[in-house]
Design a binder for this molecule. Structure first.
Ligand SMILES: [Zn+2]
Length: 89
């Protein structure tokens, strides 16, 4: 059987439904980063298994996080910002 195996878990479930303590917040880019690719693209719901309700909020929070410059649009940008942050102190 041709079946693409990537980082897809065998059993899909919404991480936010499964763990109500998991914050879905733009101030937590460490968590949001699990739902975007290394290039900063939001990973589709059918891949992460996030439910419709949470995926909608997730998208909003990721976009907000980007605007607050907590998350990065692209990997190149990320490297640039990290360098700048280190240089600044
Ligand atoms: Zn959910």
């Amino acid at each position: 059987m041709a079946f693409k195996k990537k980082f897809t878990p065998r059993k899909k479930f919404c991480r936010f439904c499964a763990n109500p303590d998991l914050p879905l917040d733009y101030k937590r880019p460490d968590i949001l980063n699990d739902f975007v690719t290394e290039r900063g693209k939001i990973i589709a719901r059918r891949i992460t298994g996030t439910c419709a309700k949470h995926q909608r909020r997730l998208t909003t929070e990721i976009k907000r996080s980007r605007q607050m410059a907590l998350m990065f649009y692209t990997a190149v940008h990320a490297t640039y910002v990290q360098k700048r942050t280190k240089a600044a102190g």
